[in-house]
Design a protein around this ligand. Structure first.
Ligand code: HEC
Length: 172
């Protein structure tokens, strides 16, 4: 009889142990699942916002950064901040480092002796990282130019390029 009781209680104990392990497991996996869902939901939302911005809206956002340093109109006047650049009017297809009234860096002027004009490819590379682009093209590890601004994301560069192409005099 003792044997039976002992056996009975130990099976009972074992069962309880098993149950609590299962319970613990479900709780933790549930909590983990919830965490995962939360973070996935977060990035989902972000992606949705990203996707809802049209190329034009994106370009307008990006160009507000360019405007801090660049005029967009046909003008020789520059912004008054010390790190201002030349106007971007007509930049696609424009000779490199040739806008009237602007004092370019030696590095960009040198690029202008190697490449005739700003092509779309050159612009994409320059906007991604002006310093690296100049160093590569000029084969000069010390080149840096004067523009200290980069656009890391390709969608931003593509959007701004589309806008830059519109900064032209209307064709006659
Ligand atoms: C913090 C100021 C600053 C911002 C922001 C900035 N630039 Fe510049 N940019 C400059 C300066 C300064 C130069 C002149 C570079 C040199 O002489 O080396 C320049 C030069 C350029 C040139 C070459 C112009 C030429 O005549 O050859 C292009 C193209 C250009 N920027 C595009 C852009 C675009 C597009 C944006 C926005 C996405 C932008 N920049 C944002 C300061 C800035």
């Amino acid at each position: 009889m003792w044997k039976k009781i002992l056996l009975g209680s130990s099976t009972f104990l074992l069962l309880r142990l098993l149950l609590s392990v299962i319970l613990l497991l479900t709780i933790t996996t549930r909590a983990y699942g919830a965490e995962e869902k939360k973070s996935a939901g977060g990035s989902d939302k972000k992606e949705k916002i990203e996707a809802t911005i049209s190329v034009n809206e994106r370009a307008n956002l990006v160009v507000s950064s360019c405007r801090q340093c660049h005029a967009l109109e046909a003008t020789e006047e520059q912004k008054t901040n010390p790190d201002a650049g030349p106007t971007l009017f007509g930049i696609v297809g424009r000779p490199i480092a040739q806008a009237g009234g602007y004092n370019y860096s030696e590095d960009l002027k040198t690029l202008g002796t190697l490449e005739p004009t700003w092509t779309e490819d050159l612009l994409m590379a320059y906007l991604y990282n002006p310093k690296v682009m100049l160093r590569t093209r000029l084969n000069n590890k010390k080149a840096r130019g004067k523009m200290g601004f980069k656009l890391n994301r390709i969608i931003d560069r593509q959007a701004i390029l589309k806008l830059l192409k519109t900064l032209q005099r209307p064709e006659e």
